[in-house]
Structures are given as C-alpha cells and as structure tokens.
Design a protein around this ligand. Structure first.
Ligand code: GLU
Length: 419
C-alpha cells in the first residue's frame, strides 16, 4: 500500500478541499493543479574509482504567481518526480501562508550523499546546477538546502551558477555559508520556527513547557535544532531518533550530550549511543509514544493509515514536509489529536532564506538577533491567522492554513489575469 502513496495526489485533495470551502469554482484554481515548469536532468560523474556514474534529478517550479519559485534541493535515494512535485507545491503554499513574496519550487537528485566522497558530491552538485541553470536565478527560482544538502552544497551551487554568468551572483541560492553571503541564523531557522510553533500551540492550550514532553523523529538539521531549542525552552525531550532507531527516557534525555555525540563524528548513529536510564526504541515506537508533542522531522508518509490509530501524542507538529498522509490526518482528527501542518510549522527555514535573499540583493547584513526577532514576528503572525480562521470556520489547522494560502495564490492569479 505504501508503494502506491503519491504525495502529489495528497496535495491536490487538500487544495480541492480548501478551494471548495472558499467557494472557488474549478476554473478559479485550476492552475494550482499543474506545476508551471518541470525539468528532468542527468548528471554524469567520474567517481573516485575511475568509473562513470550517471545520476538523475529534477527541478520543478510549481508556481511563480506570487514571486520567484523558492525551495530546496534534496539529495536522497528515494527522490522521485511525484515527490519533487509535491515538495514544490508545498513550498508555494508555505510561502503564501507566511506571506513572503515567493512561489514554490523544489529540486531533487537521486543519490545517497552519505556514500559520495566530497569530490564526487561537488562534481554532482556543479553538474546539477549547470543542468538546471536555464531555470534558476535570483528573479526566477532560488534553490536552498533540504534533506541531504547543506551550506557547503549551496556554496558549490552559487559558484557554478556564477561561473556560468561570468560574475558572482550571491542571491541565486540561499542557505549559503556565512562568509559567502549566508545569513546568521539560517542553519537554525527551521528548527527555531518549529520551536516557536510548539510554544504558540501549547500557550493556546494553557500548557507549560516544563510540564510537557516531546518526541522528535529525525536528527538531521531540523530535528536536532528543534530538540535542542525545545530543551532550552524547558520542554522534556523524552525521545529522539535517526535512521538507526531512537532513544527514550521518560524524564527527558540529555539533548546536549546526544548532539555532542552526533557532532563529534558525523557517521555516529543513535543506535550506538549510551546514557544511563536511556532505552533504545525503533522509529515506529517513537511515533507511538505517550508524549504531549510529537514532532516528525524526517521524511514524508511517516504517520499513515497503518499507524495513525496508535499515535498517542496529544499534538503533532510537522517539522518535516508531508509526514502525515491524508488518511492519517482524518484518523488523528477523529481521535482529537491536534496537528500543526508542515506549511506553517516548518516555514522558518524559507522565511530566513527570504531574509538572506533580501540581504544579498541590498548588500547589507543583519545581526542574528534581528533575524531571530523578525522570524518570530512572522511565525507568530502566521500562527495566529491560521488559528483564528480554523476556529472561525471550525476546520483543522491544516485546512485553516490552506484556506489562507490558497486564497492568497488564487487572488494573486486573478489580479494578474489569464490571457
Ligand atoms: N528546504 C526547506 C523547506 O522545505 C527550505 C526551503 C528554502 O529555504 O527555500 O522549507
């Protein structure tokens, strides 16, 4: 059943639902069903052993109605066309819900970055950038990091794009290293936004951080920063996991010790982590823990029809893109589990990407405090807007977020007209 899961179908159903509540006719939002541009590319790379390997990848621009397409580049073995289409569409609605002047795009390369040497990864990134260069650019489509890519990969992308143009173009990608036009606070921005979201949600419920337990699935950039910041804010982080499985302690794990262990050697996995009182659990056990807040911060399709009945958290805050299927959404709703959707909860990354792009275009530099304050204002404002519309219309927070986002994109499209 899981093999048949198509995340793009999921997106379309959510959009249909929001459009019908908004009273739109099919023609009003028909364009949202079709990505504007889709490019499939192949990249030959000479591997370290002298062999030639051809990698495949994609760049999809779902919408540029509200501004340039914006969205990350994913390096992962499971990347496929429908996934990239869905991820691109989620970016359109994410940028709309937090009201930043972008459309949505996404890229992906089918590869296992952990198995590539730095030289191989550099070569693959440079070739991929050259292949998608006709589509990208500061005013057309601005890539950023996603699963399997990071600031280093963005520096290579910026370099390759600049070489093709004949001069440095800092604003062609975001999430760059600080010395190369990157912005302070970008690497923590998604996790920080998730932390603000968890706090906003719990304060609506009249709950205190110190009385709330959290489980975080995924220890990549987003999961690790979320766990760190929630711990700092006084939450009990009872469990975290990575690809090798999870660790659990009812009273809270020592997040700083776990992160230090993972940082010391990037190949470290939680399966080999030891701390007094900590037990090892599987990823599916983590998802089903009896905690207050569950934060899926890994990949799509983690909470689905086969496990939604067993989720025991009171709240789910989606730090990953698309971690909950539509079927699971309905089951969680019936069971009274409140969920904050990805397009709102994990928007902190693209919000700070937007600040970085603005900073590059204006050739100025913000302090980290200013970045974090402006991020908080945008996340709090968007949360409040979604919360109020969801209560006003008596719908879930996901539907509320899509009501705002779909309306913004459709009204922008109507304003521009179709000719
Ligand atoms: N990959 C991130 C996301 O899914 C960030 C995208 C960006 O900064 O453009 O939201």
């Amino acid at each position: 059943m899981q093999d048949l899961y198509n995340p793009y179908d999921n997106v379309l159903k959510v959009v249909d639902n929001a459009a019908s509540i908004l009273g739109y006719e099919e023609n009003d939002y028909a364009t949202l069903r079709y990505p504007e541009r889709e490019l499939k590319v192949s990249m030959p790379v000479v591997m370290d052993d002298g062999s030639l390997k051809v990698f495949e990848g994609f760049r999809v621009q779902h919408s540029t109605v509200r501004g340039p397409a914006k969205g990350g580049v994913r390096f992962h073995p499971a990347v496929n066309h429908d996934e990239v289409k869905a991820l691109a569409a989620w970016m359109t609605f994410k940028c709309a819900v937090v009201n930043i002047p972008y459309g949505g795009g996404k890229g992906g390369v089918i590869c296992n970055p952990g198995e590539l040497s730095e030289r191989e990864k550099h070569s693959l990134t440079a070739k991929y950038t050259a292949q998608i260069a006709p589509l990208i650019g500061p005013e057309q489509d601005v890539p950023a990091p996603d699963v399997g890519t990071n600031a280093r990969v963005m520096a290579w992308m910026m370099d390759q794009y600049s070489m093709l143009k004949g001069h440095s173009v800092l604003s062609c990608v975001t999430g760059k290293p600080i010395g190369l036009g990157g912005i302070l606070g970008r690497s923590e921005a998604t996790g920080r936004g998730v932390m603000f979201t968890v706090k906003n949600l719990l304060s609506k419920q009249g709950r205190k951080a110190s009385e709330s337990t959290v489980a975080v699935q995924g220890m990549g950039n987003v999961g690790s920063v979320t766990a760190k910041l929630l711990h700092k804010e006084g939450f009990k982080v009872a469990a975290v996991s990575d690809v090798s499985g999870g660790i659990y302690r009812e009273d809270g794990i020592d997040v700083a010790a776990v992160l230090a262990y993972l940082n010391e050697n990037p190949k470290n996995l939680l399966a080999d982590y030891h701390e007094d009182g900590v037990s090892h659990i599987s990823n599916s056990e983590l998802l089903e823990l009896d905690v207050d807040v569950l934060v899926p911060a890994a990949l799509e399709n983690q909470i689905n029809a086969s496990n939604a009945d067993r989720i025991r958290a009171r709240y789910v805050v989606e730090a990953a893109n698309g971690p909950t299927t539509l079927e699971a959404d309905e089951i969680l709703q019936k069971r009274g589990i409140m969920l904050v959707p990805d397009i709102l909860a994990n928007a902190g990354g693209v919000v700070v990407s937007y600040f970085e792009w603005v900073q590059n275009i204006q050739e100025l530099c913000w302090s980290e405090d200013r970045v974090n304050e402006e991020l908080k204002t945008i996340m709090d404002t968007a949360f409040e807007a979604v919360w109020s519309i969801a209560h006003e219309k008596d719908v879930t927070l996901r539907t509320g977020a899509y009501l705002i986002a779909v309306q913004r994109v459709v009204e922008a499209q109507k304003g521009r007209g179709i000719f």
